[in-house]
Design a protein around this ligand. Structure first.
Ligand SMILES: Cc1cc2nc3c(=O)[nH]c(=O)nc-3n(C[C@H](O)[C@H](O)[C@H](O)COP(=O)(O)OP(=O)(O)OC[C@H]3O[C@@H](n4cnc5c(N)ncnc54)[C@H](O)[C@@H]3O)c2cc1C
Length: 401
């Protein structure tokens, strides 16, 4: 295993890091206090600069205007862009579009690619992914009430979804709905593309999350699909393959998330160290950094960040070299381990800043609020732990000696 970073990637991540620090960090105070929709012209200007630097859509297919980086290289990119909450958006590699692009690229028909994939990679439109339901456990989505019933050459979709991230302002949703109720549990649902201007697509509300309702890309919607009629050609991939495709979408997506979280860790760790070194806490000039408890937080954070980073790069390497299936256990391990590191490091950074940490005068409180969800989305901690533990126990029992 070789984690050496190529010269090309050193140059790419170096340019991106400069851009994030010079162009995006200064925008954050406005990002924290302004409705996201009102920021769009400013963000579009930054996106134009990124395109000019030929750094747009780093992980997306080159034939559609992306840079075509592989998973290992994009992991490094995701870490750099993760330092700012607007990094991935400005460089055109943000969730949920990133995952939707991957599956449209692999499973989309030529017509779907022209209509949806191309403008999505170009950043001309946005999309959302609509799987989780209000009344049923997202942790076990096989329990799903949303149906897509065939009627002539159409599907008619009915159901209630929520947490469809970035649905507000999106051009289309990829909806998971039961198309084959009599099939085996994992083969009942399909993915269907639903344009959001369809009369049966009703965005009920943006859900307030941690005190923030948000708008446009920075929001999570509740959606009612009411007799929502779409042509059967909007089916993405084979009928009944919804969960198969969803698993493929989640594997690399978890690498992107974990590396983004490590970018956040690096950012708040930096702030924590600087604050500790400069905050005078005694009359004779001692700083917080002179206190062993703060030193322990710094050392523990450094060790945890490094461990999490190596685990994540190792999982990415395994996906690339052996495939998602072989890397399943590693993906589950990083999903809960890195989410935990993220929360501990952000919490320590906030604590070191005292009252200042609770304000929006630094970016720490934003990360504290918004990244609590890291332990819930893309599989809650407990689900990953149970899955990993079961596999380990099975392997241990199967080994005779
Ligand atoms: C910020 C955010 C963004 C999201 N974006 C999207 C999106 O774009 N599209 C989309 O479709 N969904 C999205 N989701 C939904 C997300 O996928 C679900 O919240 C997640 O799958 C958990 O499902 P649930 O909320 O129904 O919790 P439940 O399934 O009800 O689980 C609740 C809790 O029970 C525990 N638990 C569950 N199962 C087990 C088990 N087997 N063993 C032990 N404990 C267990 C866990 O602690 C879990 O947190 C998002 C969620 C958040 C918070």
């Amino acid at each position: 295993m070789d984690f050496a970073v190529s010269e090309k990637m050193q140059a790419v991540t170096g340019m991106m890091d400069d851009f994030v620090r010079k162009e995006l960090f200064p925008l954050e105070p406005e990002f924290l206090t302004t409705d996201f929709r009102d920021l769009l012209p400013l963000l579009e200007e930054k996106r134009r600069m990124v395109r000019q630097m030929e750094l747009w859509a780093p992980n997306h297919p080159p034939e559609y205007g992306g840079m075509g980086l592989n998973l290992m290289d994009h992991a490094l990119v995701s870490e750099v862009l993760g330092q700012s909450p607007i990094g991935h958006y400005v460089f055109g590699c943000h969730a949920p579009d990133a995952g939707n692009i991957e599956i449209l690229h692999k499973y989309g028909t030529e017509k779907q690619k022209i209509q949806y994939l191309k403008p999505l990679v170009e950043g001309k439109i946005r999309s959302c992914f609509s799987m989780t339901e209000v009344d049923l456990p997202g942790s076990n989505p096989i329990l799903m009430d949303t149906t897509a019933v065939t009627d002539g050459s159409d599907y008619v979709i009915n159901g209630q979804k929520w947490y469809s991230t970035a649905a507000d302002g999106a051009a289309f949703a990829i909806v998971m709905a039961v198309t084959n109720p009599d099939a085996a549990p994992h083969m009942r649902a399909s993915m269907i593309i639903v344009p959001t201007d369809n009369p049966g697509f009703n965005l009920v509300r943006n859900i307030p999350v941690m005190g923030h309702t948000g708008s446009d890309f920075a929001s999570h919607a509740e959606i009612l699909y009411q007799s929502c009629r779409v042509p059967r050609e909007n089916l993405l991939g084979p009928e009944g393959w919804g969960f198969v495709i969803a698993q493929e979408r989640l594997g690399p997506g978890r690498i992107h998330h974990c590396m983004r979280w490590l970018g956040i860790c690096n950012r708040v760790f930096d702030l924590m160290c600087r604050r500790a070194a400069t905050r005078v806490i005694t009359a004779d000039g001692n700083t917080l950094a002179s206190r062993q408890i703060v030193q322990a937080w710094i050392a523990e954070s450094a060790a945890e960040i490094q461990a999490a980073r190596l685990m994540t790069l190792h999982a990415a390497w395994k996906i690339e070299n052996l495939g998602v299936k072989e890397a399943r256990e590693d993906i589950s391990l990083i999903k809960f381990y890195v989410a935990g590191v993220l929360q501990r490091v952000v919490d320590r950074a906030l604590q070191v800043h005292g009252g200042m940490g609770m304000t929006d005068d630094t970016i720490i409180a934003y990360f504290y609020r918004h990244e609590r969800a890291a332990r819930i989305y893309d599989g809650a901690d407990e689900v990953h732990k149970v899955t990993v533990a079961r596999r380990i126990i099975k392997q241990k029992v199967a080994r005779k000696s």
